[in-house]
Design a binder for this molecule. Structure first.
Ligand code: PLP
Length: 422
């Protein structure tokens, strides 16, 4: 970043400090990951500035030859990777992708059934604070109070009563597999569309480590920056018959020119996600999450739904007498980065919360194996059980530093262009 260093010392220093933070902390935020430097290069490339409203071959600006080549390549790779009829790579984010799907096939005021935010859903699935709830009438399904898993009979009953025009599946804090086929059947009974938002799990799906929603869904949205290990951005997959509606809902419906730098990063992301090395990382993600779940249980923690099938665990801290916010702060002081998270029927308000969400994607990208994952849970427990004891927290921090040194995100050697694991 030699130019940034010369033009703006202040921003340069903050960026350098962020690089240090990434190298020297253990990232367990389930919605984050490390990306290969090739992806960051593509995202910071010459494509940042090109205006290219429209789609390849049908742009509203001149000079789009390379833009067309790039977007066509991203589309071709994305379709192949996910076995999609059609893919739109222009959404700026996951939220934009969901908005475009709603507006592609629904009218304002139409009914949508989706997962409740407080049970693991996402803001853009009609939470009261989201613009989505101001445009459409949402009713939410939650988790079975006993199993803390989706209750498909209850969803079927809600669907029959509410008669939504769309069912939205997918979550931000749900550790179990989702039965897409079952949901497709439930949607079909009332002629509702099925949208699956696989933002969190797209990498696991791309690698074939968990089932794909693509064959049975009308629409699938996702982000490229979570388990998929790409840059920031959103994507929509749909059945061929919705191609025109989806494309028009993205541009000109809800966005202007696409961020072609993001499209470049998406193309690289799809290319890398088709490799054996990527599949190996994703297998490790699931194995590491399972190992962490086991270890948490052995240390006396309660897990929402009792375990995990994917990349994350949701830990209920009430038996330990801690709130999620307390835990988040104590852990950050040792270099372990998690986020507080509400648990189903949480007695605490969301900014305090009773749980933490712990994801295995970023540590797996860094090359950590199951024994390391277990060790990290041991460190989490040591910190949380000794929250006021500075000497224990110092010891945990020094152990965290050793792990970070042993598993660098990016090698110090500039020639090493991939995170350690790819
Ligand atoms: C992370 C996430 C998104 C993405 O939202 P952004 O707008 O990219 O922040 C969408 N849906 C779900 C379920 C998510 O977990």
């Amino acid at each position: 970043m030699k130019h940034l260093r010369i033009h703006d010392q202040e921003v340069f220093r903050i960026v350098e400090a962020e690089k240090e933070r990434i190298e020297n902390t253990i990232d367990l935020i389930a919605a984050e990951n490390h990306a290969p430097l090739s992806i960051l290069e593509a995202q910071g490339s010459a494509f940042n500035l090109k205006a290219a409203e429209g789609y390849p071959g049908r742009r509203f600006h001149a000079g789009c030859g390379q833009a067309d080549d790039l977007e066509n390549l991203a589309v071709k790779r994305g379709k192949k990777l996910f076995g999609a009829d059609h893919i739109n790579v222009q959404p700026h984010s996951g939220t934009s992708a969901n908005l475009a799907v709603y507006f592609a096939v629904l009218e304002p005021g139409d009914r949508i059934l989706s997962m409740r935010l407080s049970h693991g859903g996402h803001l853009s699935h009609g939470d009261a604070a989201s613009i989505t709830s101001k445009c459409f009438r949402f009713v939410h399904y939650g988790l079975d109070p006993d199993t803390e898993q989706l209750d498909y009979d209850a969803i079927a009953k809600q669907t029959a009563d509410f008669k939504p025009r769309m069912i939205v599946a997918g979550a931000s804090a749900y550790a179990r597999l989702i039965d897409y086929r079952r949901l497709a059947g439930i949607a079909r009974n009332v002629s509702a569309y099925l949208l699956v938002d696989m933002a969190h799990i797209a990498g696991l799906v791309a690698a074939g480590v968990i089932p794909s929603p693509v064959p049975v869904s009308d629409f699938v949205t996702f982000t490229t920056y979570k388990t998929l290990m790409g840059g920031r951005g959103g994507v929509i997959i749909c059945k061929e018959k919705y191609r025109r509606q989806i494309d028009r809902a993205v541009f000109p419906g809800s966005q202007g020119t696409p961020a072609l730098n993001q499209v470049a990063a998406k193309a690289v992301c799809f290319h890398l996600a088709a490799t054996r090395e990527f599949a190996a990382v994703q297998k490790r993600v699931v194995a590491n999450a399972a190992a962490m779940a086991e270890e948490f249980k052995q240390q006396g923690y309660r897990l929402v739904s009792g375990g995990t099938d994917n990349h994350l665990v949701l830990v209920d801290l009430r038996p330990k007498g801690l709130t999620g916010r307390d835990a988040e702060e104590v852990l950050e002081s040792t270099g372990i980065i998690v986020n507080r998270n509400v648990i189903p029927n949480d007695p605490q308000p969301p900014d305090r919360a009773s749980g933490i969400r712990v994801g295995a994607a970023a540590i797996s990208a860094r090359g950590l194996e199951t024994s390391d994952a277990r060790r990290i849970v041991g460190l989490i427990d040591a910190a949380l059980s000794n929250a006021g004891r500075q000497e224990v927290l110092k010891h945990v921090a020094s152990e965290v530093a050793v792990i970070c040194r042993n598993f660098p995100v990016y090698s110090q050697d500039d020639k090493m262009m991939l995170p350690s694991s790819l």
